[in-house]
Design a protein around this ligand. Structure first.
Ligand code: LLP
Length: 432
């Protein structure tokens, strides 16, 4: 009925997530607030793992892309589920390390890691550093040498595949700040360079072709492009690389009309392609890594807001103002992303109104959704915006010095705070 299986309506006509009444959650924890369903998150991780077990003999690793939603509890969940974690900054790495995440399962990304970040990664024995450019490759070799270590790396390759996604979130193109280009020979040169370095162990290659992708063909194509490079490397250097990281990007349901494919379909297709194409090229089948972010947490989360002013401008539109906005969800302002909205305390009523939901920031573009269908709303009502689990908390800002929202985790109807609401004191804490 809703965009996520963990969302429903109870006998009071209130929206629920993971069996918990969202109106009661709003009363208990205040609004605005993010709410997540732990079972949904764990199930998604398990589905990805199962898809590798069943289709690829378990010869791979699910690496949760923590940029989608990074906090200590999320790192603990991944550690317990036996997945890896992809971090893209010292801050994300710090969060994973702070809960004792097994460092051999940490994958460190980033197109411009600082020297300090490289030192932090090497000092903590991060399992795989995804090297983006030659400058980084050279610095990393030096950092590793200074600590007398050999570090495992993968090189980020731009396979040049257009995955038909939003321009702003497309990263697999030749015109991208990420990675080594294939066509120009840059990728092969970097491989040869890495193989010569005494403190670098080249474990394999990485690519990431975009985000919110529904079509399976681009993933399949990416796998073959990457295996062609494995073959060229073998021919030119005699070295057969062992690992292929295919990145993330699996689409989720923001609207009922979105049709994501089951994870198993994706892995089945990729496994078939990798198995048959490796055999054709005379290569061993590589260990596969996948990096789902949005598809793990996106539909497992929602945001609760309280309605303030409702402004009807005759013959123009109705603005419904809420107590959050672009500070906690910048995705409509950035990408015109669509969402399903529900009046949580009137969830069983019909959606008879068409409104624009606006935030409280001092900016006209601070909108959560325009011309959206919702139940009749009035001041004091609770609005739930669904599928906000990915890239909302993680891209939040303190614009207008509005404190960041708390995150509440629900499990089997019980709830607990996993991120506390920021206070005004904390917002001003670094001020001198
Ligand atoms: N691996 C790499 C190297 C990535 O760059 C990304 C996302 C992922 C994995 C995870 O992709 P996912 O499974 O979540 O699609 N802020 C944008 C999304 C940016 C994605 C950046 N990279 C948004 O709000 O839609």
């Amino acid at each position: 009925m809703y965009v996520s299986d963990c969302i429903s309506v109870n006998e009071k006509g209130h929206l629920t997530i993971g069996g918990a009444d969202t109106v009661e959650l709003a009363e208990k924890y205040g609004t605005p607030a993010y709410v997540f369903d732990e079972n949904e998150i764990r199930n998604n991780l398990r589905e990805f793992k199962k898809s590798i077990d069943e289709n690829y003999g378990g010869n791979g690793l699910v690496v949760y892309a923590s940029k989608a939603f990074c906090c200590k509890e999320m790192c603990r969940i991944c550690a317990q589920e036996g997945t890896g974690i992809d971090v893209v900054s010292g801050g994300e790495l710090y969060t994973a390390l702070s809960v004792g995440f097994p460092t051999d399962r940490i994958v460190f990304h980033g197109n411009n890691k600082t020297h300090d970040e490289l030192v932090m990664a090497v000092t903590n024995n991060v399992g795989r550093i995804i090297v983006d450019n030659v400058t980084e490759l050279e610095s990393l070799n030096e950092v590793a040498a200074s600590q007398g270590k050999t570090v495992g790396i993968m090189l980020r390759i731009k396979p040049g595949i257009d995955a038909h996604t939003h321009d702003f979130i497309r990263t697999g193109q030749i015109d991208s700040k990420f990675g080594f280009a294939l066509e120009t020979g840059e990728a092969m040169a970097a491989v040869k360079e890495a193989l010569k370095m005494p403190n670098i162990k080249l474990r394999g290659l990485h690519c990431h072709i975009g985000s919110q992708i529904f079509d399976l063909d681009p993933f399949e194509l990416a796998a073959t492009v990457m295996l062609d490079l494995f073959k060229d490397i073998k021919d030119q250097t005699g070295v057969e690389l062992e690992e292929l990281n295919l990145g993330g990007g699996f689409g989720i349901k923001y609207l009922k009309t979105d049709r994501p494919r089951p994870f198993a379909d994706y892995m089945k297709k990729v496994a078939e392609t990798v198995n048959s194409y490796s055999a054709k090229l005379g290569l061993k089948t590589p260990f596969i890594l996948i990096e789902p972010g949005r598809s793990v947490v996106g539909a497992a989360g929602l945001t609760l807001y309280t309605v303030g002013a409702v402004k009807n401008i005759p013959d123009v539109r109705t603005y419904v103002s809420i107590d959050g906005g672009m500070g906690d969800n910048p995705r409509y302002a950035l990408y015109q992303s669509h969402y399903e909205l529900v009046c949580a305390n009137k969830a069983s009523e019909k959606r008879t109104e068409t409104v624009t939901v606006a935030g409280k920031c001092c900016e006209s573009g601070d909108l959560i959704q325009e011309w959206t269908h919702i139940q009749p709303v009035e001041p004091g009502d609770i609005i739930a915006v669904l599928s906000t689990g990915a890239y909302n908390y993680s891209m939040a800002s303190n614009y207008n010095r509005i404190p960041r929202l708390p995150a509440v985790m629900v499990k089997d109807g019980e709830s607990r705070v996993i991120i506390k609401r920021e206070t005004y004191e904390q917002v001003a804490e670094c001020d001198i």
